[in-house]
Design a protein around this ligand. Structure first.
Ligand SMILES: Nc1ncnc2c1ncn2[C@@H]1O[C@H](COP(=O)(O)OP(=O)(O)OP(=O)(O)O)[C@@H](O)[C@H]1O
Ligand SMILES: [Mg+2]
Length: 365
């Protein structure tokens, strides 16, 4: 026997290692796969190891707050008491409140902040522009990480098809600022740059015709009020992107063994890879519990006893075997990731004990 040991035996950190050592864990995946549950359970696992862990959730249905036995989670961390030696805190991301705080932080004066916050164009982008929720999730993550109060910050992400939406989110506003139209909109209406002004006037006129004069007025007011804050926003975008790509940051892809979500999961892995950010872990959630007989044996039994409980057994074994095949296929697309399997539980995760059970399942492998 010769040659190096397989990579999986020596170099891939386990899920337990990630919860124990990372400073940031981002849980991504498509809608309904269990991102919020995994994010909360991961923070709980870290708290069980004595760490100070905060989880940023995006869960308008408030399912997690219910599971944690908390009436409501706010936009700042709420400490959750429990039998863990570390600290567990959770918050539910409030996109608008977070964006407002970011504007206040970067503004040169209260007056500048208030002008922006009251602007209609700002109110639009801070609530309904696609990508704003991702952008603010990253902001919140950066804020908690830099506070020094937490050893680990776990972030849940909004349901999206595209991991890049999250990765590109920090650049949302700076991309807007880099758009030539911005230069035109803020160019002075009087002064030496007459040619620019003429171009600006004509662009503004055309724009007004398309989106309405009021919208353009709001946008001009917004960009003018924003002047002086660009550098701060650019530096922040660079810093958060560096944090997302840092060694202490891990991306966890949550998937279910269902065929349609696996296609999406593979797409996610592909997009992460394109951004040079491999998934550190794949959590396969809602795996069917395995039975002590395999699919072939169940099929034999079924032939002997058609229908009834044997049929149910055979159906289950066949479905579990199908799951297995699909999981193997998914994992082949993530050779550098550790894998955690969480079984389909008999009911939704609606209490602390079940979350703790999931935390154990994630970290015991
Ligand atoms: N292993 C499991 N067994 C049983 N129920 C589960 C399991 N994992 C998650 N659930 C339940 O499935 C539902 C969806 O889970 P969760 O909210 O974590 O998904 P999500 O990916 O965050 O969804 P969304 O994309 O809508 O935000 C919740 O009610 C949760 O309690
Ligand atoms: Mg969720």
């Amino acid at each position: 026997m010769s040659g190096p040991a397989p990579a999986s035996m020596s170099t891939i950190p386990s899920y337990r290692d990630l919860a124990e050592r990372c400073e940031v864990i981002v849980c991504c995946g498509t809608g309904g796969v269990g991102k919020t549950t995994t994010a909360a359970a991961t923070a709980m696992a870290a708290a069980a190891m004595g760490r100070r862990a905060a989880v940023v959730t995006i869960d308008p249905a408030k399912r997690l707050a219910d599971a944690l036995g908390i009436g409501e989670l706010g936009n700042d961390p709420t400490v959750i008491e429990g039998p863990w030696p570390g600290t567990l805190a959770a918050l539910m991301l409030d996109t608008k409140a977070t964006f407002d705080a970011v504007v206040r932080r970067h503004a040169g004066s209260d007056q500048q902040a208030e002008t922006i916050l009251a602007n209609r164009f700002y109110r639009n982008i801070s609530t309904s522009l696609s990508g704003t929720q991702d952008y603010m999730a990253v902001e919140k993550l950066a804020e908690l990480h830099s506070s020094g109060e937490w050893d680990l910050v776990v972030v849940d992400t909004p349901p999206t098809r595209d991991a890049l939406a999250f990765l590109e989110a920090p650049k949302l506003l700076t991309r807007l600022l880099d758009n030539p139209i911005y230069r035109v909109l803020i160019s002075p209406s009087k002064g030496v740059l007459r040619a620019v002004n003429r171009a600006a006037t004509s662009v503004v006129r055309q724009l007004s015709r398309v989106v309405g004069a009021e919208v353009v007025d709001d946008a001009i007011e917004f960009f003018q009020a924003f002047q002086g804050m660009e550098d701060g926003f650019r530096e922040r975008a660079d810093a958060t992107l560096t944090l997302l790509g840092a060694d202490q940051t891990a991306f966890v892809l949550v998937a279910s063994p269902r065929a349609d979500t696996l296609v999406e999961a593979k797409y996610f892995l592909d997009r992460l890879g394109k951004a040079d950010l491999d998934a550190a872990a794949v959590v396969v959630n809602r795996v069917l519990p395995t039975l002590s007989i395999d699919a072939a044996r169940a099929a034999e039994l079924q032939a002997l006893h058609p229908g009834g409980p044997v049929q149910a057994l055979a159906d289950h074994a066949a479905a579990a075997a199908g799951d297995d095949d699909r999981i193997v296929d998914l994992l082949s697309a993530a050779p550098g990731a550790t894998v955690a399997r969480v079984p389909l539980l008999p009911s939704d995760v609606h209490d602390v004990d079940t979350l703790r059970r999931i935390a154990e399942l994630l970290t015991e492998g």
